[in-house]
Design a protein around this ligand. Structure first.
Ligand code: SF4
Ligand code: SF4
Length: 396
């Protein structure tokens, strides 16, 4: 197992265990199976275990396995404050104490503000006094490192990054999301500040393994490297020294073995030009199923009406390269829940964006098409309710 350093020089295994995807038996987690897989990873050197308050049963299962095997002081536990559920200051302590009790521990190594999508969410927490709360928890040793997990656009990611002295952060990143969400730009901005970056969705929730176009599978099987689709995705990440830990939701012993083997072999910068060109070909193959040939370059931005053009097209495309539900889910996370509305319906057809698009995309026309697909009537209602909930005023 290879290790990279956190902000304070502590060794973190480059493979992290994502505890969200433990196997379920009916409604509950199959604890003996999860224990076997988790301990296999631990014995292979994994020392970073990621969970969250809202991953049903996950904190409790992790706490039980760690306690039973007596490994608490040998591993790092990362969990997350469900900040979107918080309306008052007292709730912060309530959730945190409940998490400690579920995890059967009296401290959390890496604690994250869960799922920030906009600087406004962090501002809301600051208004509730979260900075003083963090200071107290760090002074008491109940929290060792403080970070945030992020789904949103690059711009908001940089704003949040610059607004606080974070110890680490967690972003969605993989070879399809290089130019979206925090993206490569966000990854490099964090690394430049010395902030370790934990990667989630390294294989787009398994889609870079299970839902590749047929021709992409054939290309991968024919490649001389002999790597599996998962291995290509993981090696692309480990190749970048700015990546600290890659989380994988492992739920079979074979998966643990494969992931641990890869994390023991890789070195940053080892991929050759021909490997990177090959990944580019795979990416093109996936993109050939897209509805709009947008590369995410952002030359069309900013739109004076606040429309997030590249994000809208990315989610529209995901409806066809992944699934309708996935595209809409991504839209919900990255466009619908930003404080300043960024919907395509705000477009007044000024045409400014089209003058800058190197792909000559008829942006105005395509935005209408995308909006219709991404926001059918019932989604508009759901989004309206969610926005009211997320951006309601907090009480002290
Ligand atoms: S045409 Fe629409 S999307 Fe493009 S810049 Fe003008 S308002 Fe924005
Ligand atoms: S300029 Fe064109 S290709 Fe680039 S992000 Fe905008 S729409 Fe996409």
């Amino acid at each position: 197992m290879h290790y990279r350093k956190d902000k304070y020089g502590r060794d973190l295994s480059i493979l992290g265990y994502g505890c969200m995807r433990f196997t379920r038996n009916g409604g509950s987690i199959d604890l003996p199976k999860a224990e076997k897989e988790l301990m296999k990873a631990y014995e292979s050197g994994v020392n970073y275990f990621d969970t969250a308050y809202i991953y049903s049963g996950s904190e409790d299962a992790l706490g039980r396995i760690v306690e039973k095997n007596g490994i608490r002081d040998k591993i790092n536990i990362a969990t997350k404050l469900p900040q979107y559920l918080i309306t008052g200051k007292s709730a912060i302590d309530r959730y945190f104490n409940e998490q400690l009790s579920r995890l059967r521990t009296d401290y959390v190594d890496y604690y994250l503000m869960h799922m920030l999508t906009d600087i406004a969410m962090w501002e809301k927490l600051k208004a509730l006094g979260i900075e003083d709360w963090i200071k107290e928890k760090k002074a008491s040793g109940q929290i060792r490192s403080l970070g945030f997990s992020y789904h949103g656009n690059t711009e908001n990611f940089i704003k949040i990054l610059d607004d606080y002295d974070w110890d680490f952060c967690q972003i969605q990143y993989n070879y399809l999301d290089e130019m979206t969400q925090a993206g490569r730009e966000g990854l490099h901005a964090a690394a430049k500040k010395g902030i370790p970056v934990i990667i989630m969705e390294p294989l787009r929730g398994g889609k870079l393994v299970n839902m590749l176009p047929k021709h992409a599978y054939e290309m991968i099987s024919a490649n001389e490297r002999g790597w599996s689709p998962a291995e290509w995705g993981l090696r692309w990440l480990y190749n970048q020294p700015e990546v600290t830990v890659v989380l994988s939701g492992m739920n079979s012993e074979e998966m643990v073995e494969e992931n641990c083997r890869i994390a023991s072999e890789v070195e940053p910068g080892e991929l050759q030009d021909k490997d990177l060109a090959f990944i580019d070909e795979i990416r093109q193959e996936i993109r050939s199923k897209e509805k709009v040939g947008c590369t995410g370059c952002r030359y069309c931005m900013p739109c004076p009406q606040g429309v997030d053009i590249p994000a809208t097209f990315r989610c529209y495309n995901a409806m066809y390269t992944e699934s309708k539900a996935d595209g809409r889910k991504q839209f919900f996370q990255t466009v619908a829940l930003t404080k300043e509305p960024a919907f395509a319906s705000q477009c007044i057809e000024c045409g400014k964006c089209e003058k800058h698009c190197p792909q000559s995309i008829p942006i105005r026309e395509k935005l209408k098409e995308a909006d219709k697909a991404l926001r059918p009537f019932h989604y508009k209602i759901t989004i309206g309710v969610a926005r009211k909930f997320m951006f309601r005023k907090a009480s002290k």
